[in-house]
Design a protein around this ligand. Structure first.
Ligand code: ADP
Length: 402
């Protein structure tokens, strides 16, 4: 018969065994044990807890995103340490809580719906994560249903967007500053160019008077100097006009309207001086586009002007203009039989003041094409060129069809 002492010893032994079992269980639960050796009648047997799941567990634990597993009612039965760190809540507290607790109250209905919806909340979307200190952290949430070994639930991936948001804000700030600086610069160049006009007109006027009133009294050399003053003043006048037109593109308010491209081209041709008797063919079309009236007219006039201007000496310019539909847009082409452009220069020429020739060869300011590019882009379109040196060029602008 067991004495009271025997019973006490047995209770102590059982308590010790229970404690040991509890410790083993806790170690298994916390991931500290990867395998068990069990002694039985058939000898010792090794049960591995890591198996094929071990690499996944490491991956999920080490990854830079928060990971959760939910049972169907939204209770968290697994969370990685990254998630606990993101919401600054101890892992033991996270596990067993409802996932909703980590998001703003007003999102609860949305989060409930996504667990019951036939098609769970997927693909990812942005939401705020509630942090223990009362703040919110911008995250991207993606959820999908999970069904392994009969356990049905959800897996949730939470990506911290704080850094991305910060860079986006910084980028927005820099762009706004840049835009501000640009418009200041354009306003400055506008006022300088505007103010340069009056003295320039005086120079032109007096040079003209010198030639007209005293031309026959001047020796050839001084006369040629005055001629040079006249032509330089003319060039400067053109430069000023082009700079003003370029800066007006951004400063003026433009109203979007729809235009018949053929009518626009015809209008420019009718009003365009055609000193070289260029042949201009406009292929009939009824293409209508969305754009701004004055800038669109300037683009057409610049492209036509270049097509006629950049021609080898002695050749009659021949220009063909036509439209082509492209994915809800219309492309307006200007094909010439001119000098052509090397491939390496074809992007460069759209830059401000970029010219491939001297003024003695072909007059110009290098502003025309950059104006075309800027105006077309302001209208939401694109520009481009196809060309081969010596074989003519094909410039195009593409605008949204009306
Ligand atoms: P500009 O006509 O005042 O020189 P643009 O900006 O209109 O200025 O053109 C820039 C340069 O691109 C021109 O100087 C010329 O070298 C080249 N270019 C433009 N259009 C043509 C063309 N149709 N054929 C050959 N070269 C061209």
């Amino acid at each position: 018969m067991e004495t009271a002492d025997d019973q006490q010893a047995r209770i102590t032994e059982l308590t010790a065994q229970l404690e040991e079992a509890n410790e083993v269980l806790a170690a298994i639960q916390s991931g500290a044990v990867d395998g068990l050796v069990v002694s039985g009648t058939n000898g010792e047997q090794v049960f591995t807890l890591q198996g094929a799941e071990m690499p996944y567990r490491i991956l999920v634990e080490e990854m830079n995103q928060g990971a959760l597993m939910l049972i169907p009612d939204g209770t968290i039965f697994y969370a990685n340490t990254r998630f606990a760190a993101l919401c600054q809540t101890p892992l033991e507290k996270v596990i067993g809580s409802s996932w909703k607790e980590f998001f703003p109250l007003d999102k609860y209905p949305e989060l409930d719906t996504c667990l019951t919806a036939a098609e769970p909340l997927y693909p990812p979307h942005e939401i705020s994560l509630r942090v223990a200190d009362g703040s919110f952290c911008p995250v991207q949430l993606s959820l999908r249903s999970l069904s392994t070994s009969g356990v049905v639930g959800f897996s949730v991936i939470v990506t911290d967007l704080t850094e991305r948001k910060q860079s986006e804000t910084a980028l927005r700030k820099t762009s706004a500053e840049l835009e501000e600086k640009n418009s200041q610069l354009e306003a400055f160049s506008y006022s300088i160019s505007h103010d340069m006009r009056a003295p320039l007109r005086a120079m032109q006027g007096y040079a003209n008077l010198l030639i007209e009133d005293y031309g026959d009294k001047l020796e050839p050399e001084p006369k040629s100097y005055v001629e040079r003053i006249r032509s330089s003043a003319k060039h400067l006048d053109r430069l000023i006009n082009d700079v003003l037109a370029y800066s007006k593109l951004s400063s003026d308010e433009h109203e979007t309207a729809t235009f018949d491209l053929n009518e626009m081209v015809q209008g420019v041709v009718d009003n365009y001086p055609n000193p070289g008797n260029a042949l201009i063919e406009i292929v009939p079309s009824s293409a209508r586009v969305r754009g701004y009236e004055v800038p669109l007219g300037q683009c057409i006039s610049n492209l036509l002007g270049n097509a006629i201007k950049f021609i080898p000496p002695g050749r009659v310019p021949s220009v063909k203009v036509w439209t082509e539909p492209t994915n809800g847009r219309f492309r307006l082409w200007f094909e010439d039989n001119g000098i052509g452009i090397l491939p390496k220069d074809q992007i460069k020429i759209f830059g401000l003041f970029s010219r491939l020739h001297t003024n003695a060869e072909y007059e110009g300011t290098g502003i025309g094409l950059s104006m075309v590019k800027k105006a077309v882009e302001q209208m939401g379109g694109h520009v481009g060129v196809e060309s081969e040196l010596g074989k003519g060029s094909r410039f195009w602008i593409e605008l949204e069809s009306a």
